[in-house]
Write a protein that binds this ligand. Structure first.
Ligand code: CS2
Length: 474
């Protein structure tokens, strides 16, 4: 390509496949994880499992992928080298905000058997501390009042209602977000919303609907402009929306689909199980729990990425101590899994220098993440009289982070659905007390048990700084 000339655009090379799956929340994670598995399952065993992607709000993904026929490059970044793949399982993209009716019709299409979701923790409009639908959530208030929805639960309920009216079976709701009992949570919010709208619909969903829980895993940092340029150099064409990911991947799925209809996921390494609970706990507490701990403590130590944290001997030893002393003792391993080996594998994945996963990115939406990632472990440890000084430090680091000012006085751009309230609490005269009073995050009984240790951890961080505070625990 001559300098200055725009590169040719990436185009679809494989034939289109009829849509069998509508996916809500077409972000980088799903495009590097579920979309690849599903493509492989179709190659292995066939089936009409084309994916229609839906962005609830933003037009970006649609605008970027449509000219490329829905296709994009996935660049696997291993410590030893890289592998490129042209992913073509996404057949098209709709933007729900622009045309909610078209999205509902797509979800009600008889060919659609599964609606999968990666809408992030906050997308379920539930209360993180209880898992129940937050009926006061502005999107839910609106979805109760008007037939064209705005929230993910609203889309699920209204589309299921169309299928019910038309005598079609429901679709399986396949949630792929990092929530404990994610199938149970989405089933709960869907049923609560349906009950408020039409009890007969709710009864039908309760009887016929299927909401398998899943554990999903692959580290997929947000795509940066330099990644787009790198892929363009590699393929000699312009891909507006490539995804960067690590080699590791795991998907554990409860095998409970409407009519048993699903892609042949077992053929491509997906673990189909009866109960995913122990896998979910392991992953959320060991991976996401330490990810969030490194995000806040690493950010406050001046580290930009997880790999940078691991290159710092203090943080490297600190995260290993979190696993061995605080997290593993509070877990029951899934059958056949060694938790120390799982920790070792996580350690190596975090250290992969090719993956530039920002602490700031992981720090986002902490109010929605802390309960399942860290607070559950704290409860188990408190019950067992086992100290958790490292995780207390991590929660205290979050309490400093959400002030919006780091320990040197520099501003932090805090992204969280509760950001204004977090900032008010965190900058009040009693930050620890005011943050512990947020019932969405800390149930009352737990707040009382955390009060003293968190005050101590918070004072240590202010006094010594994040790195010295971590080092003192080793
Ligand atoms: C991360 C996750 O951003 C975050 O909060 O902890 O996205 C994490 O990378 C994935 O869950 C890994 O499977």
């Amino acid at each position: 390509m001559e300098a200055g000339l725009p590169a040719e655009r990436l185009t679809r090379s494989a034939p289109t496949v009829p849509v069998g799956i509508v996916h809500l929340g077409l972000g980088a994670f799903f495009r590097a994880h579920g979309a690849v598995y599903i493509e492989e399952a179709m190659s292995a065993s066939g089936g009409d499992w084309g994916i229609l992607g839906v962005s609830l709000q933003s037009t970006t993904m649609r605008d970027q992928l449509t000219p490329q026929g829905g296709t994009y490059m996935a660049l696997e970044l291993g410590p030893m080298g890289e592998t490129l793949r042209h992913v073509q399982s996404v057949q098209g993209v709709l933007v729900a905000r622009e045309d909610p009716g078209a999205v509902l019709e797509a979800m009600a299409d008889p060919g659609v058997k599964i609606v999968s979701l990666t809408v992030t923790e906050k997308g379920y409009c539930h209360e993180p501390s209880t898992g129940r639908l937050n009926q006061a959530h502005p999107d839910i208030v609106q979805d109760l009042a008007t037939p064209l929805p705005v929230s993910a639960p609203g889309y699920l309920v209204r589309a299921l209602a169309l299928r019910h009216q038309r005598g079609l079976p429901p679709f399986t709701v396949l949630t792929c977000d990092n929530l404990p009992n994610n199938g149970h949570v989405v089933r709960g919010v869907v049923l609560e919303l349906a009950r408020a709208l039409d009890p007969a619909l709710a009864a039908w969903i309760e009887a016929e609907g299927r909401f398998p829980s899943t554990m999903v895993d692959r580290i997929v940092p947000a795509t940066k402009p330099e990644d787009v340029a790198r892929v363009e150099r590699l393929i000699g064409a312009h891909d507006a929306a490539p995804v960067m990911h690590e080699p590791f991947r795991q998907w554990v799925v409860e095998d409970d689909f409407v009519g048993g209809l699903r892609p042949d996921l077992g053929a491509v390494g997906v673990q189909l199980v009866r109960d995913v609970t122990e896998f979910e706990h392991m992953k959320l507490r060991m991976l996401n729990g330490t990810h969030s701990s490194l995000a806040y403590l690493g950010y406050l130590s001046g580290h930009e990425t997880i790999a940078d944290c691991m290159a710092d001997p203090v943080l490297d030893r600190f995260v290993q101590a979190l696993w061995s002393r605080e997290i593993i003792p509070a877990l029951t391993p899934p059958e056949g899994v060694s938790l120390p080996e799982y920790a070792q594998a996580l350690h190596d994945r975090y250290a992969n220098p090719s993956i530039r996963h920002r602490t700031w990115q992981i720090a986002m939406d902490g109010s929605q993440k802390l309960p399942q990632r860290i607070l559950g472990t704290l409860v188990s440890n408190l019950d067992a009289d086992r100290p958790s000084p490292g995780l207390m430090l991590a929660v205290a680091a979050w309490m400093i982070y959400v002030r919006g000012t780091d320990l040197t006085g520099a501003a932090i751009e805090v992204k969280d659905p509760l950001a204004p309230r977090l900032r008010d609490a965190a900058t009040s005269a009693d930050p620890v007390g005011a943050l512990l009073a947020l019932r969405e995050v800390f149930p009352e009984a737990l707040a009382a048990r955390l009060d003293q240790p968190l005050r101590a951890a918070y004072a240590t961080l202010l006094d010594q700084g994040a790195k010295a505070a971590m080092e003192a625990l080793l």
